[in-house]
Design a protein around this ligand. Sequence first.
Ligand SMILES: C[S@@+](CC[C@H](N)C(=O)[O-])C[C@H]1O[C@@H](n2cnc3c(N)ncnc32)[C@H](O)[C@@H]1O
Length: 271
Amino acid sequence: MIDITDEEMGSLTLSILKRYGIDFTCYEPKSLRRRIIRILNKLELTSIHELWMHFLKTPNFISVFMNEISVGMTSMFRDPILWKQMKIKLEAEFIQKANFWVWHAGCSTGEEVYTLGILVDQLKLGSKVSALATDFNIEALAEAQAGVYHKIKMIENEKNYKAYCTTTDFRNYFTAEATEAKLNLSLIRHVKFEYHNLITDSFKSGFDIIFCRNVMIYFDSIAKTRMIDKFYDSLNEGGYFVIGFFDTMSHLIDNRKFKLVDEQAKIFQKI
Ligand SMILES: C[S@@+](CC[C@H](N)C(=O)[O-])C[C@H]1O[C@@H](n2cnc3c(N)ncnc32)[C@H](O)[C@@H]1O
């Protein structure tokens, strides 16, 4: 079992900051440490010193490293209850709108984006919705746009779908191939994918719904609070802010700015 001291963590993150300008100070130390240990194991390295030598000897290792650090655990219809509630909200409040704008912040490989695409298709909202899907992992964004998922992942996706809806067949939305499934790209017709770093880049505004699920777990409380303020500014009045089931940050959300409208589904509304 590899152990990394606080000093080693500090010297690695400082070296990365100096050499590549990437700042890890906002990352939650325990989860960063876990991910670095995973990288060491994967590369069969035994210390932070060896990892740094690997950085120096391997061109472009920084992008491999960043992708490993931010690798997204995600699935379609993750937390089915949220999508049931979201469908009810879209049906009750968004069908009558002329148009609305959604942001998937930290969209990873796109499963959340296709999930909303299916809701949009089921409710025939395609002509009203536009969406922005962003992440700072370029490879994940490319996968999101390709919409090809391994059949093992599709087992989990289908299980979640069945918990969300039993009346329509999940298979309507993809073409199964030998080892993969190709999602219907018409589901993301309304989506623009863009590179965006939530820590360093500015936020667009005018959104009616922002999903930022299971992303802020990487950040410390100060970064989370700053980010929540920026999401607040990005939302239209009455707009929804949706966080992940394991984003333990409800206490950081100011109840003068956001109303908790669905505790179970973790849906907040800008007041
Ligand atoms: C666990 S995935 C979440 C995917 C999806 N939102 C969900 O809940 O299923 C977390 C994503 O956050 C992204 N991420 C982490 N830090 C980020 C940052 N500073 N800016 C943008 N994206 C970031 C990662 O690249 C990763 O794709």
